[in-house]
Design a protein around this ligand. Structure first.
Ligand code: SAM
Length: 290
């Protein structure tokens, strides 16, 4: 399968079915075989593994997944593409197409009923840009029994998810993601390998989903509140950034005390803290502000 062949196949399928692609659905179809090769290598599939694909489009990635995985379930929102995919994969009973919005489908039930959990299935997808972050957060926060998530996303989002503390790209989403998964950069993908060409470059990342968070916190909700507050006012020092979380009867000295007890200099900004430091701060603060 060469890139020219994938391009021709994509155009031919779209023309045959009279389908005009919709930007509102993030429909930019991948045509590069080398990128597909890299996604497949990162996905590490074998005939025992199940894969959930989100947004199969006209099935360029689905075909590759079907050739290596034991079972593929692909969720597609666009009702015009569902019969096309069903026709394309009619002779491959280990591939199923589900018509639905991945933000609304019961993913836990779909994975349990269609993919099983031993070995843990993976998600492999070229995600629609307009809903990338909500999809990733849903996959992680629901604690679905996944091994890893290999996704093509907008390059800037990929940089945020794989950023290190203290860098410009480091944000609340970076820290939140790290609580659930260990991120790895796979490759950068230029805009010109898609039909139609998007405005931005993309990148493939792999999230190795953790079975346990790497830190222990007494109050998970408070951890995420602290992370959000720290990055909402990222240029402020931590006592100033976190002050809005305090009940009216407590002053900033409570925050300074907790930061010092956690071994964190109160003059630091939240954007420099690692997940481990946020967790330590949470555990020193919870009894005083909950
Ligand atoms: N997998 C194909 C590829 O790599 O060429 C298409 C990827 S395209 C970037 C994103 C796909 O996601 C489109 O087929 C689009 O219709 C579908 N999609 C958009 N929003 C969706 C949603 N909420 N749930 C499921 N699929 C969605």
């Amino acid at each position: 399968m060469t890139s020219t062949w994938i391009t021709g196949r994509t155009r031919e399928i779209l023309a045959r079915h009279g389908i005009q692609l919709k930007k509102s659905l993030g429909q930019h179809f991948l045509t590069d075989q080398h990128v597909l090769d890299k996604m497949m290598k990162a996905a590490e599939l074998d005939s025992r593994t199940g894969v959930l694909e989100i947004g199969p489009g006209v099935g360029a990635l689905t075909q590759r997944l079907a050739s290596e995985a034991g079972r593929v379930v692909a969720v597609e929102l666009d009702g015009r593409l569902v019969p096309v995919l069903e026709e394309l994969f009619a002779d491959q009973p280990h591939v199923s197409v589900v018509h639905g919005d991945v933000m609304k489908v019961n993913l836990a039930a779909l994975i349990r009923d269609e993919l099983g959990t031993n070995p843990r299935p993976s998600v492999v997808a070229n995600l629609p840009y307009y809903v990338t972050t909500p999809i990733l957060m849903r996959l992680l926060e629901e604690r679905l029994p996944l091994a890893h998530i290999v996704v093509m996303i907008q390059k800037e989002v990929a940089e945020r998810l794989t950023a290190e503390p203290g860098t410009k790209a480091y944000g609340s989403i970076t820290v939140a993601t790290r609580y659930y998964a260990d991120p790895e950069w796979v490759c950068r993908v230029p805009a010109h390998v898609f039909i139609p060409r998007p405005q931005v470059d993309s990148a493939v990342i792999r999230l190795n989903v953790r079975s346990q968070p790497p830190v222990e916190v007494n109050h998970e909700r408070l951890l995420f509140q602290i992370i959000r507050a720290a990055f909402n006012r990222r240029r402020k020092t931590l006592p100033n950034a976190l002050a809005p979380l305090l009940p009216a009867d407590l002053g900033k000295e409570v925050l300074i005390g907790a930061l010092e007890a956690a071994g964190i200099d109160p003059r630091r900004r939240g954007e420099t803290l690692s997940l481990e430091e946020f967790a330590c701060l949470t555990n020193h603060l919870d009894e005083r502000i909950l």
